[in-house]
Design a protein around this ligand. Structure first.
Ligand SMILES: Nc1ncnc2c1ncn2[C@@H]1O[C@H](COP(=O)(O)OP(=O)(O)O)[C@@H](O)[C@H]1O
Ligand SMILES: [Mg+2]
Length: 269
């Protein structure tokens, strides 16, 4: 890991940051105690906490053990697909071109979580973590124009984004870089044409985000269509009580479509 996409140098080291070989530098407060404030999310890649270190708030993503199941890459090249490698390389590239904290959330570097810095519940996680600014606001509909505009930063940085669904944004900043590819990448899994097509696709895709009729969050527009259609169907059968019940029920359901969404997003990108 260190020497491939992680650098031993601290984030504030004055040495020039290579733009061609992106290596993320180390969080300068990596030996300090971590106060865990609350869980922000957990998924297949890792767990994300809001924490306090030396009186300042951060978001910290602790990565899971990753078993590569694809077939295209062999040997050490497989490590390029690890979420931590994807995040580290993309954040390092952005930092090396003076774009840390513009398209994506500001990154403060990587650290190894050890000893008393670890929670008991972290047994199934590795010690590897990436520290980012904590962003308190979810994405809102007024952020969309800026989100679309800022994609040109990723394009210029030779980054191929993925998993760019609304829940991976906070304000207008992309926060989940676990599936993002950064050039140079194993050629079997890198296509300039697909990368170009992604940016065209994304522009239309984000223009179809809407405020959810269910809970007011920002969602892909088709989710609202599905929701409205199912209520309209029930109403058409003149079952108003049932429609009202369905509305109430759906308002309490957590986001059951998250898995389908990410499949759909990755296929389209
Ligand atoms: N820097 C951050 N500030 C605030 N919330 C965040 C931040 N990073 C992630 N989150 C929240 O935590 C969730 C999970 O983080 P993410 O990096 O997307 O993990 P995963 O790879 O498991 O999806 C996000 O969807 C977002 O709601
Ligand atoms: Mg995510």
């Amino acid at each position: 890991m260190i020497g491939r996409w992680l650098s031993d140098l601290p984030m504030d080291d004055p040495a020039r940051k290579s733009t061609s070989k992106p290596m993320l530098r180390r969080f300068i407060l990596h030996t300090k105690p971590i106060k865990y404030l609350h869980l922000l999310g957990s998924g297949t890649e890792g767990v994300v906490y809001r924490v306090e270190i030396e009186g300042k708030e951060y978001a910290i993503k602790v990565f899971r053990n990753w078993t590569y199941t694809g077939t295209k890459l062999k040997g050490r090249a497989q490590h390029y697909t690890f979420p931590i490698a994807n995040e580290a390389r993309a954040f390092a590239r952005l930092d090396s071109i003076g774009q840390n904290g513009t398209w994506a959330v500001k990154c403060h570097g990587w650290m190894k979580i050890s000893g008393r810095q670890r929670l008991k519940s972290m047994r199934e996680y590795t010690c590897w973590a990436i520290v980012k600014d904590y962003l308190p606001h979810p994405v809102s509909i007024s952020d969309i124009p800026e989100i679309r505009r800022k994609m040109k930063i990723a394009r210029k940085a030779l980054i191929h984004p993925s998993d760019t669904q609304p829940c991976n944004y906070r304000d207008s900043f992309f926060v989940d870089l676990g599936r993002v590819k950064t050039h140079p990448y194993p050629p079997q899994m890198w296509s300039n044409r697909e990368r170009r097509e992604f940016f065209t696709w994304f522009d239309g895709y984000a223009s179809r985000w809407e405020v959810s009729v269910r809970d007011g969050s920002v969602v892909e527009g088709w989710l609202n269509q599905e929701f409205k259609r199912s209520i309209a169907e029930v109403e058409a059968r003149n079952k108003r009580d049932e429609a009202a019940k369905q509305r109430k029920l759906l308002a309490t359901v957590p986001d059951a479509t998250a898995d389908d969404q990410s499949d759909w997003t990755s296929n389209s990108s």
